[in-house]
Write a protein that binds this ligand. Structure first.
Ligand SMILES: C=CC1=C(C)c2cc3[nH]c(cc4nc(cc5[nH]c(cc1n2)c(C)c5CCC(=O)O)C(CCC(=O)O)=C4C)c(C)c3C=C
Ligand SMILES: [Fe+2]
Ligand SMILES: [Fe+2]
Length: 339
């Protein structure tokens, strides 16, 4: 069979261009005006997001981004660029890896222009989210198709919708946790980015988030339930690390309202501190690169909150970033789609 010239397109959420209010405002406008993120009636969304949420949130978020920023820039982009280089080295000559953010830069428009002009015969779209959610993977895939569907020549397209259950992903993440010596901690928390409960109900129509048992095992309604996939990820990581059910807890962070998936990470930290837990290890397996939600929310804010409530230490597990085992997993995912 003829070899197809392939473009691999890695997509992530995005980050502001600079830790300044004007950049953060621009980024939040684009992010929160997405109907897959804030899924309320269009007019209400425009009023709420543009007149209330963004004007109030932008200055607060900017302060957080100022704590996150490094000499090289925002970690989400720095690691995406490093992964791009390292993965491309592992691919056949002529194949290329591109990086695009759903919101902001590097932009999807530019990446797709380069792919189109490069005459690639196949695109492998890999949204960098281990567990599918409409507000992460779904919106990345939609944005991709809304541009590519207009092309004259539409090449072969392969989409990797999620990868939480791949042994190579689990192995890489478990290695990051192992590096922190989990046996030296009182308890391990797997903290995932939260989602509005409404979004869960949409991922399994007819089944309510109040009665579903996705946390117990992968349900019949399928692997595209974000909550079920987060719990399944945790069970696989625990197995790999030899953790028993009482050694770890799953929780959800970054909520914008109380009607998001529970248990909330901050409430859990408070409970744990009150129960006398002193040393906590927190891993965030819904992110493959360090970002605001890991380095600032967990590494600074939750740490301060836990110790302020009587805990002694909270250690954040570094994300996969550009770890060699992660590059191995990406290489395997991509090459399977080339066969
Ligand atoms: C892991 C996948 C993600 C899902 C699912 C997700 C859903 C989701 N997010 C918001 C609102 C915000 N998220 C923000 C930052 C952010 N979110 C993800 C990933 C997922 N979000 C990442 C990787 C980041 C960090 C980006 C970075 O620059 O480091 C932000 C911006 C920061 C802030 O102001 O807090 C918002 C806002 C919603 C509403 C949502 C689902 C409905
Ligand atoms: Fe988010
Ligand atoms: Fe479910």
């Amino acid at each position: 069979m003829a070899v197809k010239k392939t473009a691999v397109l890695l997509m992530n959420v995005g980050t502001p261009d600079e830790p300044k209010v004007s950049s953060v405002r621009r980024y939040l406008f684009q992010f929160l005006n997405d109907q897959r993120v804030i899924d309320i009636p269009w007019l209400l969304q425009k009023i709420l997001v543009n007149l209330i949420i963004v004007p109030f949130r932008a200055p607060k978020s900017t302060k957080l981004y100022q704590q996150l920023w490094t000499k090289e820039g925002s970690p989400l982009v720095v690691f995406a660029n490093s992964v791009q280089e390292k993965l491309e080295e592992r691919l056949p000559k002529g194949d290329k890896v591109f990086v695009a953010m759903r919101y902001g830069n590097p932009s999807l428009k530019v990446a797709l222009k380069q792919i189109k002009e490069g005459g690639f015969e196949r695109i492998i779209l890999l949204p960098l989210f281990p567990q599918y959610a409409s507000s992460s993977t779904g919106t990345a895939v939609e944005a991709f198709w809304s541009a590519v569907r207009k092309w004259n020549v539409i090449p072969d397209v392969q989409v990797i919708s999620q990868f939480y259950d791949r042994p190579d992903f689990i192995k890489a993440f478990a290695e990051r946790i192992r590096e922190q010596k989990p046996e030296e901690y009182d308890h391990v928390i797997f903290s995932y980015h939260g989602l509005p409960l409404r979004h869960l109900d949409k991922s399994h129509p007819g089944i309510s988030n109040t009665t579903c048992t996705c946390h117990e095992g992968m349900p019949a309604h399928g692997t595209f339930c974000y909550k079920a996939a987060c719990y399944a990820t945790s069970r696989k990581l625990a197995d790999e690390l030899g953790l028993k059910p009482g050694d770890y807890t799953v929780s959800f962070q970054s909520r914008l309202s109380d009607k998001w998936i529970k248990p909330f990470t901050d409430k859990l930290l408070e409970e744990q501190a009150k129960q006398g837990v002193k040393k906590l290890l927190v891993a965030a397996p819904s992110f493959v690169a360090d970002c605001l939600e890991t380095r600032v929310e967990i590494g600074i804010d939750y740490k301060r909150f836990f110790t302020g409530n009587g805990g002694e230490t909270l250690t954040m597990v570094e994300s996969l970033n550009d770890h060699p085992l992660w590059i191995d997993a990406l290489e395997a995912m991509v090459k399977e789609k080339m066969n």
